[in-house]
Write a protein that binds this ligand. Structure first.
Ligand code: ATP
Ligand code: FE
Length: 373
Protein backbone atom coordinates (compact mmCIF):
# COMPACT_ATOMS: atom_id res chain seq x y z
CA UNK A 1 0.00 0.00 0.00
CA UNK A 2 1.52 3.30 -1.10
CA UNK A 3 -0.25 6.60 -0.52
CA UNK A 4 0.48 10.10 -1.76
CA UNK A 5 -0.39 12.79 0.84
CA UNK A 6 -1.02 16.43 0.00
CA UNK A 7 -1.19 19.28 2.52
CA UNK A 8 -2.12 22.89 1.73
CA UNK A 9 -4.37 23.88 4.64
CA UNK A 10 -2.32 26.87 5.76
CA UNK A 11 0.89 28.32 4.40
CA UNK A 12 3.11 25.31 3.73
CA UNK A 13 2.73 23.37 0.49
CA UNK A 14 3.69 19.76 1.19
CA UNK A 15 3.47 16.33 -0.38
CA UNK A 16 4.86 12.94 0.57
CA UNK A 17 4.72 9.31 -0.42
CA UNK A 18 4.36 6.83 2.43
CA UNK A 19 3.88 3.07 2.48
CA UNK A 20 2.03 1.11 5.12
CA UNK A 21 4.78 -0.92 6.66
CA UNK A 22 5.26 0.44 10.17
CA UNK A 23 8.73 0.43 11.61
CA UNK A 24 11.82 1.71 9.95
CA UNK A 25 12.05 2.31 6.24
CA UNK A 26 13.99 5.48 5.74
CA UNK A 27 14.39 8.48 7.91
CA UNK A 28 10.95 8.23 9.42
CA UNK A 29 9.27 4.89 9.52
CA UNK A 30 8.13 3.99 6.05
CA UNK A 31 8.36 7.42 4.51
CA UNK A 32 9.54 7.07 0.95
CA UNK A 33 9.71 10.75 0.23
CA UNK A 34 8.84 14.03 1.80
CA UNK A 35 8.69 17.28 -0.03
CA UNK A 36 7.80 20.59 1.52
CA UNK A 37 7.75 24.12 0.28
CA UNK A 38 7.55 26.15 3.46
CA UNK A 39 6.26 29.67 3.53
CA UNK A 40 9.67 31.16 4.14
CA UNK A 41 10.71 29.95 0.70
CA UNK A 42 7.93 31.88 -0.85
CA UNK A 43 8.96 35.15 -2.41
CA UNK A 44 6.13 37.02 -0.78
CA UNK A 45 7.21 35.86 2.68
CA UNK A 46 8.08 39.42 3.57
CA UNK A 47 4.70 40.63 2.55
CA UNK A 48 3.01 37.79 4.39
CA UNK A 49 4.81 38.64 7.59
CA UNK A 50 3.78 42.27 7.25
CA UNK A 51 0.18 41.16 7.32
CA UNK A 52 0.87 39.67 10.72
CA UNK A 53 -0.58 36.38 9.68
CA UNK A 54 -1.52 34.40 6.66
CA UNK A 55 -3.24 36.37 3.94
CA UNK A 56 -5.52 33.77 2.33
CA UNK A 57 -5.42 35.09 -1.22
CA UNK A 58 -1.65 35.33 -1.23
CA UNK A 59 -1.23 31.95 0.38
CA UNK A 60 -3.54 30.47 -2.26
CA UNK A 61 -1.45 31.97 -5.04
CA UNK A 62 1.72 30.69 -3.45
CA UNK A 63 0.26 27.17 -3.18
CA UNK A 64 -0.95 27.27 -6.78
CA UNK A 65 2.49 28.29 -7.99
CA UNK A 66 4.29 25.33 -6.46
CA UNK A 67 1.76 22.53 -5.97
CA UNK A 68 2.55 20.66 -9.22
CA UNK A 69 6.25 20.87 -8.57
CA UNK A 70 5.93 19.74 -4.93
CA UNK A 71 3.84 16.68 -5.85
CA UNK A 72 6.16 15.78 -8.71
CA UNK A 73 9.18 16.06 -6.45
CA UNK A 74 7.57 13.82 -3.86
CA UNK A 75 6.88 11.19 -6.53
CA UNK A 76 10.35 11.49 -8.07
CA UNK A 77 12.08 11.22 -4.72
CA UNK A 78 10.15 8.05 -3.95
CA UNK A 79 11.19 6.54 -7.29
CA UNK A 80 7.52 5.85 -7.99
CA UNK A 81 5.03 7.10 -10.50
CA UNK A 82 1.30 7.73 -10.23
CA UNK A 83 0.74 4.17 -11.44
CA UNK A 84 2.39 2.71 -8.35
CA UNK A 85 0.10 4.55 -5.95
CA UNK A 86 -2.78 2.87 -4.08
CA UNK A 87 -4.60 6.05 -3.09
CA UNK A 88 -4.32 9.81 -2.67
CA UNK A 89 -4.87 11.47 0.71
CA UNK A 90 -5.45 15.19 1.04
CA UNK A 91 -6.18 17.60 3.88
CA UNK A 92 -9.78 18.80 3.48
CA UNK A 93 -9.94 20.80 6.73
CA UNK A 94 -9.76 22.60 9.01
CA UNK A 95 -7.95 25.47 7.32
CA UNK A 96 -8.28 28.31 4.85
CA UNK A 97 -10.79 27.32 2.18
CA UNK A 98 -8.91 28.99 -0.67
CA UNK A 99 -5.79 27.07 0.31
CA UNK A 100 -7.55 23.75 0.91
CA UNK A 101 -9.02 23.96 -2.59
CA UNK A 102 -5.58 24.01 -4.17
CA UNK A 103 -4.63 20.73 -2.52
CA UNK A 104 -8.01 19.10 -3.12
CA UNK A 105 -8.01 20.08 -6.80
CA UNK A 106 -4.54 18.63 -7.25
CA UNK A 107 -5.40 15.45 -5.33
CA UNK A 108 -8.51 14.89 -7.43
CA UNK A 109 -6.59 15.46 -10.62
CA UNK A 110 -3.95 12.88 -9.71
CA UNK A 111 -6.58 10.43 -8.42
CA UNK A 112 -8.73 10.89 -11.51
CA UNK A 113 -5.83 10.38 -13.86
CA UNK A 114 -4.64 7.16 -12.24
CA UNK A 115 -8.08 5.95 -11.14
CA UNK A 116 -7.19 6.03 -7.44
CA UNK A 117 -9.45 6.22 -4.38
CA UNK A 118 -9.21 9.47 -2.47
CA UNK A 119 -9.14 10.02 1.29
CA UNK A 120 -10.11 13.36 2.85
CA UNK A 121 -7.97 13.97 5.93
CA UNK A 122 -8.51 16.09 9.05
CA UNK A 123 -5.38 18.20 9.54
CA UNK A 124 -5.32 17.86 13.34
CA UNK A 125 -5.99 14.13 13.21
CA UNK A 126 -2.96 13.91 10.94
CA UNK A 127 -0.84 15.80 13.50
CA UNK A 128 -1.91 13.20 16.10
CA UNK A 129 -1.72 10.02 14.05
CA UNK A 130 1.74 10.67 12.62
CA UNK A 131 2.96 9.62 16.06
CA UNK A 132 1.90 6.06 15.16
CA UNK A 133 4.10 6.17 12.09
CA UNK A 134 7.21 6.97 14.08
CA UNK A 135 6.37 4.81 17.10
CA UNK A 136 5.16 1.39 16.05
CA UNK A 137 4.29 0.51 19.68
CA UNK A 138 1.78 3.32 19.99
CA UNK A 139 -1.68 1.78 20.37
CA UNK A 140 -5.11 3.28 21.00
CA UNK A 141 -6.32 4.70 23.28
CA UNK A 142 -3.86 7.54 23.84
CA UNK A 143 -3.98 11.16 24.90
CA UNK A 144 -2.80 13.84 22.47
CA UNK A 145 -1.77 17.43 23.07
CA UNK A 146 -1.89 19.18 19.70
CA UNK A 147 -0.24 22.57 19.73
CA UNK A 148 0.20 24.75 16.67
CA UNK A 149 -0.44 28.16 15.23
CA UNK A 150 -4.20 27.79 15.13
CA UNK A 151 -5.01 24.99 17.56
CA UNK A 152 -4.50 24.05 21.18
CA UNK A 153 -6.22 20.73 21.73
CA UNK A 154 -6.27 17.97 24.29
CA UNK A 155 -7.72 14.92 22.60
CA UNK A 156 -8.47 11.43 23.78
CA UNK A 157 -7.84 9.25 20.74
CA UNK A 158 -9.91 6.09 21.13
CA UNK A 159 -9.40 4.70 17.66
CA UNK A 160 -8.81 5.87 14.09
CA UNK A 161 -11.59 8.41 13.52
CA UNK A 162 -12.79 8.27 17.16
CA UNK A 163 -11.77 11.25 19.21
CA UNK A 164 -13.02 13.00 22.31
CA UNK A 165 -12.01 16.61 22.79
CA UNK A 166 -11.08 17.16 26.44
CA UNK A 167 -9.92 20.73 25.96
CA UNK A 168 -9.37 23.48 23.45
CA UNK A 169 -8.42 27.14 23.50
CA UNK A 170 -11.05 29.71 24.31
CA UNK A 171 -9.13 32.33 22.29
CA UNK A 172 -5.61 31.99 20.87
CA UNK A 173 -3.36 28.98 20.44
CA UNK A 174 0.11 28.84 21.98
CA UNK A 175 1.79 29.11 18.54
CA UNK A 176 0.03 32.42 17.97
CA UNK A 177 1.39 33.69 21.31
CA UNK A 178 4.94 32.58 20.37
CA UNK A 179 4.66 34.23 16.96
CA UNK A 180 3.36 37.54 18.30
CA UNK A 181 5.89 37.67 21.14
CA UNK A 182 8.70 37.03 18.67
CA UNK A 183 7.40 39.81 16.45
CA UNK A 184 7.08 42.29 19.32
CA UNK A 185 10.61 41.47 20.43
CA UNK A 186 11.78 42.34 16.93
CA UNK A 187 13.24 38.87 16.25
CA UNK A 188 14.07 37.56 12.82
CA UNK A 189 10.97 35.49 12.11
CA UNK A 190 11.81 34.37 8.59
CA UNK A 191 11.81 30.78 9.82
CA UNK A 192 8.82 31.28 12.09
CA UNK A 193 8.42 33.12 15.37
CA UNK A 194 8.43 30.01 17.56
CA UNK A 195 11.95 28.79 16.80
CA UNK A 196 13.38 32.33 17.08
CA UNK A 197 11.75 32.84 20.46
CA UNK A 198 12.88 29.47 21.77
CA UNK A 199 16.45 30.29 20.84
CA UNK A 200 16.46 33.69 22.49
CA UNK A 201 14.77 32.32 25.62
CA UNK A 202 17.79 30.07 26.26
CA UNK A 203 19.80 33.17 27.14
CA UNK A 204 17.21 34.66 29.46
CA UNK A 205 16.17 34.40 33.09
CA UNK A 206 12.67 32.94 33.22
CA UNK A 207 12.02 34.43 36.68
CA UNK A 208 12.78 37.99 35.72
CA UNK A 209 9.32 39.05 34.56
CA UNK A 210 6.28 37.83 36.48
CA UNK A 211 3.52 36.80 34.13
CA UNK A 212 0.32 35.24 35.41
CA UNK A 213 -0.45 31.63 34.51
CA UNK A 214 -3.77 31.63 32.57
CA UNK A 215 -7.01 29.83 33.53
CA UNK A 216 -5.87 28.45 36.87
CA UNK A 217 -9.25 29.07 38.44
CA UNK A 218 -10.97 26.84 35.89
CA UNK A 219 -10.83 23.18 36.79
CA UNK A 220 -11.05 22.14 33.16
CA UNK A 221 -8.67 21.29 30.33
CA UNK A 222 -9.17 24.44 28.27
CA UNK A 223 -6.52 26.94 27.32
CA UNK A 224 -6.28 30.68 26.88
CA UNK A 225 -3.32 32.60 25.47
CA UNK A 226 -4.86 35.99 24.65
CA UNK A 227 -4.35 37.33 28.19
CA UNK A 228 -0.73 36.20 28.31
CA UNK A 229 -0.17 37.86 24.95
CA UNK A 230 -1.47 41.13 26.37
CA UNK A 231 0.71 40.80 29.48
CA UNK A 232 3.76 40.29 27.27
CA UNK A 233 2.92 43.22 25.01
CA UNK A 234 2.52 45.53 27.99
CA UNK A 235 5.79 44.30 29.49
CA UNK A 236 7.61 44.99 26.24
CA UNK A 237 6.04 48.43 25.85
CA UNK A 238 6.87 49.44 29.41
CA UNK A 239 10.49 48.40 28.92
CA UNK A 240 11.01 50.30 25.70
CA UNK A 241 14.12 51.84 27.23
CA UNK A 242 15.82 48.40 27.44
CA UNK A 243 16.38 47.28 23.93
CA UNK A 244 19.41 45.19 24.74
CA UNK A 245 19.48 41.49 23.98
CA UNK A 246 19.57 40.42 27.62
CA UNK A 247 16.32 42.09 28.63
CA UNK A 248 14.60 40.78 25.51
CA UNK A 249 15.89 37.32 26.34
CA UNK A 250 14.48 37.70 29.86
CA UNK A 251 11.04 38.49 28.49
CA UNK A 252 11.28 35.58 26.04
CA UNK A 253 12.26 33.15 28.79
CA UNK A 254 9.61 34.43 31.21
CA UNK A 255 6.92 34.21 28.55
CA UNK A 256 7.95 30.72 27.54
CA UNK A 257 7.99 29.49 31.13
CA UNK A 258 4.43 30.63 31.83
CA UNK A 259 3.10 29.58 28.42
CA UNK A 260 4.42 26.10 29.07
CA UNK A 261 3.36 25.93 32.73
CA UNK A 262 -0.16 26.48 31.40
CA UNK A 263 0.28 23.45 29.11
CA UNK A 264 1.69 21.37 31.97
CA UNK A 265 -1.19 22.13 34.34
CA UNK A 266 -3.88 21.31 31.81
CA UNK A 267 -2.06 18.18 30.68
CA UNK A 268 -1.91 16.94 34.28
CA UNK A 269 -5.70 17.26 34.54
CA UNK A 270 -6.30 15.76 31.11
CA UNK A 271 -4.24 12.71 32.07
CA UNK A 272 -6.51 12.21 35.09
CA UNK A 273 -9.66 12.64 33.00
CA UNK A 274 -8.34 10.32 30.31
CA UNK A 275 -7.45 7.66 32.89
CA UNK A 276 -10.99 7.81 34.27
CA UNK A 277 -12.41 7.31 30.80
CA UNK A 278 -9.84 4.83 29.54
CA UNK A 279 -7.90 3.22 32.40
CA UNK A 280 -5.48 1.58 29.96
CA UNK A 281 -4.15 4.94 28.75
CA UNK A 282 -0.37 4.89 28.91
CA UNK A 283 0.80 7.47 26.43
CA UNK A 284 0.77 11.22 25.81
CA UNK A 285 1.41 12.25 22.21
CA UNK A 286 2.58 15.82 21.69
CA UNK A 287 2.45 17.09 18.14
CA UNK A 288 1.74 20.14 15.98
CA UNK A 289 4.25 22.81 15.02
CA UNK A 290 4.90 24.03 18.57
CA UNK A 291 5.79 20.48 19.68
CA UNK A 292 9.13 20.87 17.93
CA UNK A 293 10.11 23.10 20.85
CA UNK A 294 12.80 21.37 22.95
CA UNK A 295 11.94 23.17 26.17
CA UNK A 296 8.32 22.04 25.89
CA UNK A 297 9.41 18.46 25.25
CA UNK A 298 11.63 18.40 28.28
CA UNK A 299 9.00 19.96 30.58
CA UNK A 300 6.35 17.52 29.41
CA UNK A 301 8.70 14.61 29.95
CA UNK A 302 8.50 15.39 33.69
CA UNK A 303 4.70 15.49 33.52
CA UNK A 304 4.49 12.02 31.99
CA UNK A 305 7.07 10.68 34.41
CA UNK A 306 5.02 11.87 37.40
CA UNK A 307 1.96 10.18 35.91
CA UNK A 308 3.77 7.00 34.91
CA UNK A 309 2.90 7.22 31.25
CA UNK A 310 5.01 7.52 28.13
CA UNK A 311 5.68 10.59 25.97
CA UNK A 312 5.68 10.26 22.20
CA UNK A 313 6.82 13.31 20.30
CA UNK A 314 7.40 13.03 16.55
CA UNK A 315 10.63 14.53 15.19
CA UNK A 316 10.33 18.30 14.61
CA UNK A 317 9.94 17.96 10.85
CA UNK A 318 6.87 15.79 11.37
CA UNK A 319 5.46 18.14 14.03
CA UNK A 320 5.22 21.16 11.75
CA UNK A 321 2.90 20.87 8.76
CA UNK A 322 4.02 18.17 6.33
CA UNK A 323 2.75 15.74 3.73
CA UNK A 324 3.91 12.62 5.57
CA UNK A 325 1.28 12.95 8.29
CA UNK A 326 -1.46 13.32 5.68
CA UNK A 327 -0.30 10.28 3.71
CA UNK A 328 -0.02 8.23 6.91
CA UNK A 329 -3.49 9.23 8.12
CA UNK A 330 -4.76 8.28 4.67
CA UNK A 331 -3.23 4.84 5.15
CA UNK A 332 -4.85 4.40 8.58
CA UNK A 333 -8.29 5.18 7.11
CA UNK A 334 -7.72 3.25 3.90
CA UNK A 335 -6.92 0.09 5.85
CA UNK A 336 -10.32 0.43 7.53
CA UNK A 337 -12.06 0.79 4.18
CA UNK A 338 -12.74 4.49 4.65
CA UNK A 339 -12.13 6.19 1.32
CA UNK A 340 -14.00 7.72 -1.60
CA UNK A 341 -14.23 6.25 -5.06
CA UNK A 342 -11.88 7.65 -7.72
CA UNK A 343 -13.07 10.97 -9.09
CA UNK A 344 -13.73 11.32 -12.84
CA UNK A 345 -10.62 11.83 -14.94
CA UNK A 346 -12.09 15.12 -16.07
CA UNK A 347 -13.69 17.15 -13.29
CA UNK A 348 -16.94 18.87 -14.29
CA UNK A 349 -16.76 22.66 -14.43
CA UNK A 350 -19.29 22.99 -11.63
CA UNK A 351 -17.49 20.63 -9.26
CA UNK A 352 -18.38 21.45 -5.64
CA UNK A 353 -15.38 21.34 -3.39
CA UNK A 354 -15.48 18.74 -0.69
CA UNK A 355 -13.69 20.79 1.95
CA UNK A 356 -14.41 21.46 5.62
CA UNK A 357 -12.69 24.73 6.62
CA UNK A 358 -14.22 24.51 10.11
CA UNK A 359 -14.22 20.98 11.38
CA UNK A 360 -14.03 19.99 15.05
CA UNK A 361 -12.04 16.85 15.80
CA UNK A 362 -14.37 14.42 17.53
CA UNK A 363 -16.98 15.08 20.14
CA UNK A 364 -16.65 17.45 23.05
CA UNK A 365 -16.29 16.15 26.59
CA UNK A 366 -18.54 18.12 28.93
CA UNK A 367 -18.64 17.52 32.69
CA UNK A 368 -18.54 13.79 32.39
CA UNK A 369 -20.88 13.64 29.43
CA UNK A 370 -19.82 13.39 25.83
CA UNK A 371 -21.82 15.42 23.42
CA UNK A 372 -21.84 14.49 19.76
CA UNK A 373 -21.39 17.33 17.30
P1 ATP B 1 -2.57 24.42 12.51
O1 ATP B 1 -2.17 23.02 12.69
O2 ATP B 1 -3.26 25.00 13.68
O3 ATP B 1 -3.31 24.65 11.22
P2 ATP B 1 -0.29 25.76 11.46
O4 ATP B 1 -0.87 25.48 10.15
O5 ATP B 1 -0.05 27.15 11.92
O6 ATP B 1 -1.16 25.12 12.52
P3 ATP B 1 2.01 24.13 12.18
O7 ATP B 1 3.20 23.88 11.32
O8 ATP B 1 1.27 22.97 12.68
O9 ATP B 1 1.11 25.08 11.33
O10 ATP B 1 2.46 25.04 13.39
C1 ATP B 1 3.10 26.27 13.19
C2 ATP B 1 3.32 26.95 14.52
O11 ATP B 1 4.34 26.26 15.27
C3 ATP B 1 3.75 28.38 14.41
O12 ATP B 1 3.02 29.16 15.32
C4 ATP B 1 5.24 28.31 14.83
O13 ATP B 1 5.72 29.50 15.40
C5 ATP B 1 5.19 27.21 15.85
N1 ATP B 1 6.51 26.64 16.11
C6 ATP B 1 7.32 26.00 15.25
N2 ATP B 1 8.49 25.66 15.85
C7 ATP B 1 8.40 26.11 17.13
C8 ATP B 1 9.27 26.09 18.27
N3 ATP B 1 10.48 25.56 18.21
N4 ATP B 1 8.82 26.66 19.42
C9 ATP B 1 7.60 27.20 19.49
N5 ATP B 1 6.75 27.27 18.46
C10 ATP B 1 7.13 26.73 17.30
FE1 FE C 1 -0.67 22.26 11.44
Amino acid sequence: LVVLGIETSCDDTAAAVVSNRRGFYGQWGNTRSDCIFPKHNIQQADLLSRYGGVAPKMAEEAHSLVIDQVVQQALDASNLTGEDLSAVAVTIGPGLSLCLRVGVTKARRVAGRFNLPIIGVHHMEAHALVARLVDSDLQFPFLALLISGGHNLLILARDVGHYVQLGTTIDDAIGEAYDKTARWLGLNISKGGGPALEELAREGDSDSVKFKIPMRQYKDCNFSYAGLKTQVRLAIESRSAFQDRKSRADIAASFQRVAVLHLEEKCERAIQWAKEMEPSINCLVVSGGVASNQYIRSRLSYVVERNRIRLVCPPPKLCTDNGVMVAWTGIEHFLLGRFDQPPPAREPEDYVYDIRPRWPLGEEYLHGKSEAR
